[in-house]
Design a protein around this ligand. Structure first.
Ligand code: CDP
Ligand code: MG
Length: 135
């Protein structure tokens, strides 16, 4: 089933010069780029994106990270794209993520873990409407 998913290449990846490396993995997998934009977000946008997490004790430092510099927002499309991109990204904690995944190969952090991807059809629809309302 063809799906679309919302991906963020987070500020740590932009700072580290890893945008091309991360994008190339999605492209090499066969996913199509539907939209892409370099953006800096404010606290309000961070809160909207991470609505499910705003009450977590670890949310304030996550918000600080999310607004710490530009990020790249994109929409990817392909067969089973939501699960496929989550699998390419790897587990949330870069220290535990499997080698071969983006986080497993390139991140050593549970917060600065390079990428975000929608985790369900519902969150993909919500996040695409938030980031790319024109789509
Ligand atoms: O991004 P993912 O869906 O894999 O993980 P999440 O559980 O939805 O958490 C969202 C983001 O919060 C993570 O990607 C981390 O950047 C951050 N996080 C954090 O800063 N501290 C934690 N203890 C857990 C997650
Ligand atoms: Mg999540």
């Amino acid at each position: 089933m063809t799906q679309r998913t919302l991906v963020l290449i987070k500020p740590d990846a932009v700072r580290r010069g890893l945008v091309g490396e991360v994008l190339s993995r999605y492209e090499a997998k066969g996913l199509s780029l539907v939209a892409m934009e370099l953006r800096s977000i404010d606290e309000q946008m961070a809160d909207a994106h991470y609505a499910e997490h705003v009450e977590q004790p670890w949310y304030p430092p996550l918000r600080e990270f999310a607004v710490s510099g530009p990020l790249v927002a994109l929409v990817l499309e392909g067969d089973e794209a939501i699960a496929v991109v989550r699998s390419l990204n790897g587990a949330t904690d870069g220290r535990a993520a499997a080698p071969g995944t983006i986080r497993g190969d390139l991140s050593l952090s549970n917060r600065e873990n390079l990428v975000h991807a929608s985790d369900s059809e519902e969150s993909a629809a919500r996040e695409m409407a938030l980031w790319f309302p024109e789509l």
